[in-house]
Each structure stands twice: as structure tokens, then as C-alpha cells.
Design a protein around this ligand. Structure first.
Ligand code: ZN
Length: 381
């Protein structure tokens, strides 16, 4: 990978006001060019071991030439870092605080871009994306604690780098896979207020251990435990009823599928998640009676009984086709009908439920206590 440093930059230093750790967020992958501008920039180019400062407005262009795609991930290298001493960094119409780090892509397909900033600033840009800046303050505060807990756990556990087996240079991805945050101008007075009023607060286990705290848009009546949706159990999680979100967000939904199509998806899901081969026959599958409260489907195919987590069918069919894991399947002979409520995986904090509770006068501690009854609020900084 060649990095051609074309030009001008500046960086101005930014002094973090918030205490606490900083977080490295992956904001873009496989870029061929990274064009950063700002005022009073400082840049470092690691291979050339050079550091420069620029007063006034400056633009810098880093070119990243791909060296052909590699199938196996390669250890990324940090090529350059840019910061601004006195203001914000511009990249693709968006503004960022803190540092922008340019690293080589694991596939050598170009450069990846990482934004390093104080965790509290990160949260203020996340709230408008994960909720909405005009939601009640106590709901935003509950979301701030949940997202801080999730992010803090990722930072502390170095989960991304451990999973890859090398230093990935980032803690979290700005995507639905992890959490979605915005850029500096997405933050508002109320999102800064929600983060400041909960600064340093995370949910932990009773012994103080950090853990991943999950949230989703709308549970549709009941939340789920991590082990009902994914492979791993997280100690302490409880499925709780949520009669609060039904008036908000996505309406109840229904889809109809022809049996052969469903068989195809079930077979695919069993193969990918259970390492199981489903035997098929002309008779097709027969779904056993199902309820929303069941977290797994039971069905016969060629006289063999199979079990499959509902979340696995959702992952195989796509999140657009099945908006949540809170559904039941009815066998109608030639077709099957899937009827459900809610939106998202259903684990942890229900965002629309939190909104409704805040509208009814509950504070963020009460909201968190409803969705996470076995965890405690701990101030870590
Ligand atoms: Zn709910």
C-alpha cells in the first residue's frame, strides 16, 4: 500500500472537555482517497515519521492505492493521523471532533478511516441517530447509559481486536452491527445534556463487572435475553414484559410465504447456524403450533423434527422481511403466515418503551431498572 501525501493539512488541537476514556470509531472502509480539511491542523505520517502543523485553513489529501484484494485479513498499519488544535475536521461534508486516523484496510483494498474522540462526545452524536434529539430527556438519558455501557464494554474488553487476532485500531463500528453515531453537527443541546447528566454512568453486574448492554427500537410486548437471539448467554439478562411500546413506531406486521420458499430458508438457516443438514421431501415442512412467546420454531421435514431459533430465520430471510424476532408462524397448508410485532432484535432496552415511560413521568433510573432489573448503575468516572 502506498500512501501519497498530497498536501496541505492542518490540525488543530482539540482539548477534550469530558473526562473518561476516548473511543475509536470505524467510520469508513476501503477508501481510495482521504481528503481532510480544517483549521490549524496537525498531521503525522507514520511511515515517513514526519509531523507537521499548519496555521489557518488547510486541506490534506491522502491517497491509498489498493494492492489487489487479499482473501485473508492482514494486520492493518496506521498510516497517518490528523487533528485540529482549535476546531473541527471536515471529511465528506461531515464534521468531526478529535482525531482522524487512516489505517490500511484488512483486505488491502484501500484505507479505513477511524475517528478518535472522547466517549461522552461520541454519545452526544449517537443519541440523535439511535433515538431522536426531540425525545423526552429521561429517555435520552436511559439511552445514553445503555450506549455508554455497550461502548465501554467494547473498549475495555478490546473485543474487536481480540476477535480479529490483531490490533484493529478501533473499538466499535459506526454501523447497525454495533451502534450508529452521527457527526459533530448531529449533536444537540438536549443530547449533550443527556450525556452530561449521566456522565460516567454505566450498567454493570452487581460485582461491578462490565457487560454488553443491548438496545433495540421496539420489542412489541416483551424483551428477549441474548441467548434467545444469539449464541451466547449474558449472565443477568431477563426477558421483561413491555406494555409501553405498542402505540409507537412500526405497526404489527404480517408476511405470507409459499412452503417451498420457507423450506429453502429453513434449510439454509439450519446449515449456517446449527451445522445441520435438513432432509427434504415433496411433502414439504410441517410447522408445529407456534406462539409469540416461543423463541424457537419446531418443524418436521421428512419425519425428522428440527428446532431453529426465530432470530436465525430472521437473519436468513433478512431484517426487512422480518422486522423483529417477536413473531409466530402459522401453517396454512400451501402457505405459511408469519405475524409479528416490533422492530429490532428485542434484547435489552426497548427504545419506544423508554420513550413512553419517560412521557409518563418515569426517570432514566426507573426506565433502566425496568429493562435491566438485575444490573446496577455504576459511576466509573
Ligand atoms: Zn417494548
Amino acid at each position: 500500500m502506498k500512501l501519497i501525501f498530497q498536501g496541505m493539512i492542518f490540525l488543530f488541537s482539540y482539548t477534550a472537555l469530558a473526562q473518561g476514556p476516548s473511543i475509536n470509531v470505524l467510520i469508513a472502509r476501503s477508501l481510495q482517497n482521504v481528503f481532510v480539511s480544517g483549521v490549524d491542523l496537525k498531521s503525522k505520517v507514520f511511515l515517513a515519521k514526519s509531523a507537521k502543523s499548519y496555521l489557518g485553513r488547510k486541506s490534506l489529501n491522502f491517497k491509498c492505492k489498493p494492492e489487489g484484494k487479499n482473501i485473508l485479513p492482514l494486520k492493518p498499519l496506521r498510516l497517518a493521523s490528523v487533528a485540529s488544535m482549535t476546531g473541527l475536521l471536515n471529511w465528506q461534508e461531515a464534521k468531526y471532533r478529535g482525531n482522524l486516523h487512516i489505517i490500511t484496510s484488512e483486505t488491502r483494498a484501500g484505507c479505513d478511516l477511524i475517528n478518535e474522540m472522547p466517549l461522552e462526545d461520541y454519545l452526544a452524536t449517537l443519541l440523535p441517530k439511535e433515538m431522536s434529539a426531540d425525545w423526552p430527556l429521561e429517555a435520552l438519558k436511559a439511552q445514553a447509559v445503555a450506549a455508554r455501557s455497550y461502548a465501554y464494554h467494547k473498549i475495555k474488553s478490546k473485543q474487536v481486536s481480540k476477535g480479529k487476532g490483531f490490533n484493529a485500531y478501533y473499538d466499535i463500528e459506526n454501523s447497525e452491527k454495533h451502534q450508529v453515531n452521527g457527526n459533530f453537527f448531529d449533536a444537540t443541546y438536549s443530547t449533550f445534556k443527556a450525556t452530561q447528566e449521566t456522565a460516567g454512568e454505566v450498567l454493570t453486574m452487581y460485582d461491578g463487572k462490565s457487560l454488553p448492554i443491548f438496545f433495540h427500537s421496539k420489542c412489541g410486548g416483551k424483551t428477549l435475553r441474548p441467548d434467545q437471539v444469539w449464541s451466547n448467554a449474558v449472565k443477568g439478562y431477563k426477558s421483561v414484559s413491555c406494555p409501553f411500546c405498542h402505540k409507537h413506531g412500526t405497526k404489527d406486521w404480517k408476511i405470507e410465504l409459499a412452503k417451498p420458499k420457507l423450506s429453502h430458508y429453513l434449510k439454509e438457516a439450519l446449515a449456517s447456524y446449527e451445522n445441520q443438514t435438513m432432509m427434504t421431501s415433496n411433502k414439504g415442512v410441517k410447522i408445529l403450533s407456534d406462539k409469540k412467546s416461543h423463541s424457537a420454531l419446531r418443524f418436521y421435514s421428512k419425519d425428522d423434527l428440527y428446532h431453529l431459533k426465530k432470530s436465525r430465520l430472521r437473519a436468513t430471510l433478512g431484517r426487512r422481511s422480518l422486522p423483529s424476532n417477536n413473531y409466530f408462524v402459522k401453517d396454512k397448508g400451501k402457505n405459511i403466515v408469519i405475524s409479528g410485532s416490533g422492530f429490532g432484535h428485542g434484547v435489552g432496552l426497548c427504545q419506544f418503551g423508554a420513550k413512553e415511560l419517560a412521557l409518563r413521568g418515569f426517570d432514566y433510573k426507573q426506565i433502566l431498572n425496568h429493562y435491566f432489573p438485575n444490573f446496577k448503575l455504576t459511576k466509573i468516572y
